[in-house]
Structures are given as structure tokens and as C-alpha cells.
Design a protein around this ligand. Structure first.
Ligand SMILES: Cc1cc2nc3c(=O)[nH]c(=O)nc-3n(C[C@H](O)[C@H](O)[C@H](O)COP(=O)(O)OP(=O)(O)OC[C@H]3O[C@@H](n4cnc5c(N)ncnc54)[C@H](O)[C@@H]3O)c2cc1C
Length: 384
């Protein structure tokens, strides 16, 4: 979709591609197999302004916009899906503070998140509350100048490396949704403990963990927006971070296309490159088309955000389609590689593992289809 990218965006894409190939690719296999989180790479991405593209310069961002953010995240995920996660973990809290925070909160936290100096995370999911966000049980009860947090979050990316967390909890536990509030929480606050989730299917180099709050007293000015705004804030945060996920899925899909084409041209069976077989061409054609279609949807959603236009529906479409494309492409790439796709010798096994998370996180594919279907049927408009 180069026709839609300006010269500036093409140049940004080249910088991101070169960065990923020079700084991430040389150690990607070793880092992934060692489950090694590379904070030094996060710092470099922060220095280059990659993480803070949608953040105004006055708050430490590079102000390059959402489309640039997506183009960069895609190139990073194309090399290592785990290293795409910081785009969401930094921007989930930062963009939420920019939208709903006080001037003091913005100045205090956003520059560190945009630069990568302060690692961020967002904590929505609980053991019994996944897709059904409103069923969360964590509470934040007002006590003088403090809120007291109690509860447990799980599957939180960056839990064990985060300095700051965007936390959702009930300030009024009796009332569904309307009693939910959002907080910016410093992770060194007493009463917070973290336990890593070590064994997972993919994204091995991206930390994941549980966060437990036990009588954790956070200052009352940690509240973002007003009490009761939490559910609305959460849905708006997901509209941003869903886009980052969609870009990651797109990068994985493209990586599968790249690997499959190279392998099909080089691997010979029956005296010719396997790419000469129509079944292989068929698979590669489907991979190429799905990846291109995903790119159009994802870039359009980012472009809408840059125009300050409603984008929730388009973001859901992009996230759904890109996540499915990444999985279809990874599945086909493994088939094209045969036994070598099943081995750890080539990267396609990693793409296959990493692709899966995109169908689950930030609203599963089923949830995106629910949003899109209900909008189409007129039951509940996504762009309200
Ligand atoms: C690698 C990874 C990183 C993550 N990072 C974070 C993070 O940083 N912060 C955070 O808060 N969470 C994070 N999560 C959690 C993630 O957001 C949840 O896993 C996700 O919301 C789905 O919730 P669940 O796993 O409880 O599945 P469930 O909600 O229990 O869903 C199980 C199945 O039921 C389907 N389903 C559920 N409801 C419906 C419905 N209404 N209609 C149709 N089908 C439905 C789902 O699509 C799914 O197939 C992460 C998860 C993973 C795997």
C-alpha cells in the first residue's frame, strides 16, 4: 500500500526496518529461546521516537502520528513479535493519561513512557474476568487522601518490569460498570507483589505476569478522570492498544510471507524449486493477498485516528483481520517448510507460536466479530 504512504512515512518505515534488522535480528533467536527481555532495545526505540509517535512533543513524544506508529510497529514485529509489545505497554497508559489525565499527571508520567525510561503496563484482566471486563473484582476503596487497592490481575504484559501500571478497579463495587475507575499506579507502592508467568505458548521474550494488590494505598490523585469513568476509559484505551496489536499481527503475517517465498525458491523436490508447484503458489498467493488486505485495514484505522475521526469499528476490523491473517500465514508457512517448519532451525515455528496471541489479546477475534456484527446489524454502533 505504498501509494498511500507519504515520502516521510516511507523514510520512517526504512529507518524502522533497518533498526529491526541491525539491532534485533542478530540476536532474535537467542533472545527468544532464553526468554530474554531486551530493555536496551526498548531504550533505543524510545530514543528514536518510535514508542511515542502519537504523543505531542510537549509531553516527550515524537508527534509522528498513529500511522507512523503502526508502520514502525509492523516492522519491529516482522523481526520479533515480542519486541512489538512495548508499543502497547508504553502507549496504553500514555495515551489514556493524555486523554483523561490532569496536566500534572501528563507532565509527570507521559514523557517517561514515551522515551521508554519508565516501563508501563495496563492491568485489566483477572482470573475470572477476561472478555467480560465488567466482571472484574479488584476494588479501590476511598480512605481519606488514599484509595486502597485489593485484588489480583493476571496475564499482564510487562508486570514484572513495569514502573507504572494503568489499573482498573471498582470504586463502587455494587454497581456494574458505572462503579469502575482507572488509576495510574507506581509499581513500587507497598502492597503490590508480582509473579511471573514463565511458561506460555509464544512471545517468549516479552514478560508476562500476575499483579496482586493487598491493602495497597495509592494517593487519591492517582485517579484518572472521575470515579466511575473506568469502563469508558478502558474501552478507549483498547481502541488504541488494539491498533498496536493489529500492527504486530501484520508484521508477523509479512514475516511469514517473506520466509515462505525465500524457502519456496530455494528448496528443491522432484528436481525443481517447490515454488513451481501450483499448491505452493496457491498458498503463497493467499498469504500475500491476506497480508495486503490486512495492511489496508490497519493503515486505514491508523489514518482515521490521525484525522481525529471515529475509528473503533475500523480498528476492530483491522485487529480481527490482521490477527486471522497472521495465523493463516503462519499455518501455511509451516506447511511450506515441511519438517523444517516444525523445527526450531527456522523462524517460522516462532511466527506460528507468536501469531496465536493476536487472536486472544485486547479482545479476542470472537469479541471483534461481535463488535463488527452488532454494528452492522444496528444493535450497537461501535463508533459512538
Ligand atoms: C500473551 C498475553 C498477553 C496479555 N497481556 C495482557 C495485558 O497486558 N493486560 C491485560 O489486562 N490482559 C492481558 N492479557 C489477557 C487478555 O486480554 C485476555 O486473555 C483476553 O481478554 C481474553 O480473556 P480470557 O483469556 O479470559 O478468555 P475468555 O474471555 O474466557 O474467552 C474464552 C473464549 O470464549 C470466547 N468468548 C468470550 N466471550 C465471548 C462472547 N461474548 N462471544 C463469543 N465468544 C466469547 C473467547 O473469544 C474465547 O475464545 C494477555 C493475554 C495473553 C495471552
Amino acid at each position: 500500500m505504498d501509494f498511500a504512504l507519504s515520502d516521510d512515512l516511507l523514510a520512517i518505515r526504512k529507518v524502522a526496518r533497518d533498526f529491526a534488522q541491525n539491532e534485533i535480528a542478530p540476536t532474535v533467536d537467542a533472545d527468544d529461546k532464553a526468554h530474554r527481555f531486551r530493555k536496551d532495545i526498548v531504550d533505543k526505540m524510545g530514543e528514536l521516537g518510535f514508542l511515542g509517535c502519537p504523543v505531542p512533543e510537549q509531553y516527550g513524544g515524537s508527534e509522528m502520528g498513529y500511522l507512523a506508529w503502526v508502520v514502525i510497529a509492523e516492522q519491529i514485529a516482522r523481526v520479533h513479535s515480542s519486541m512489538r509489545l512495548p508499543f502497547n505497554m508504553q502507549m496504553g497508559p500514555a495515551l489514556t493519561l493524555l486523554r483523561y489525565g490532569t496536566e500534572e499527571q501528563k507532565r509527570k508520567y507521559v514523557p517517561g513512557l514515551a522515551s521508554g525510561e519508565k516501563m508501563g503496563c495496563f492491568a485489566i484482566t483477572e482470573p475470572n474476568a477476561g472478555s467480560d471486563v465488567a466482571s472484574m473484582r479488584t476494588t479501590a476503596i476511598k480512605d481519606g487522601d488514599f484509595y486502597v487497592l485489593n485484588g489480583g490481575k493476571t496475564w499482564i504484559s510487562n508486570a514484572q518490569v513495569a514502573d507504572l501500571a494503568l489499573v482498573y478497579a471498582y470504586t463502587d463495587p455494587g454497581t456494574k460498570v458505572k462503579g469502575m475507575s482507572a488509576f495510574i499506579v507506581e509499581m513500587n507502592t507497598p502492597g503490590i507483589s508480582v509473579a511471573p508467568i514463565e511458561e506460555k505458548l509464544g512471545t517468549w521474550a516479552a514478560p508476562t505476569g500476575e499483579i496482586i494488590f493487598e491493602n495497597c494505598r495509592i494517593p487519591k490523585d492517582a485517579l484518572i478522570g472521575k470515579e466511575g469513568d473506568g469502563f469508558k476509559i478502558c474501552m478507549n484505551q483498547l481502541n488504541d492498544t488494539r491498533l498496536g496489536c493489529a500492527a504486530g499481527a501484520l508484521g508477523v503475517a509479512q514475516a511469514c510471507v517473506d520466509a515462505a517465498i525465500e524457502y519456496a525458491n530455494q528448496r528443491e523436490q522432484f528436481g525443481q524449486p517447490i515454488g513451481k508447484f501450483s499448491t505452493i503458489q496457491d498458498m503463497i498467493a493467499e498469504m500475500v493477498v491476506e497480508t495486503e488486505a490486512a495492511r489496508m485495514l490497519v493503515y486505514r484505522a491508523a489514518w482515521l485516528k490521525d484525522q481525529n475521526q471515529p475509528s473503533a469499528l475500523e480498528t476492530s476490523m483491522g485487529k480481527y483481520f490482521a490477527a486471522e491473517a497472521a495465523n493463516h500465514c503462519a499455518d501455511k508457512a509451516v506447511k511450506i517448510f515441511g519438517a523444517y517448519g516444525y523445527s526450531e532451525e527456522y523462524a517460522v515455528a516462532r511466527y506460528y507460536r507468536d501469531a496465536k496471541s493476536y487472536q486472544i489479546v485486547e479482545g479476542s477475534s470472537a469479541i471483534q466479530k461481535m463488535i463488527i456484527g452488532q454494528d452492522a446489524l444496528g444493535y450497537r454502533k461501535a463508533n459512538r
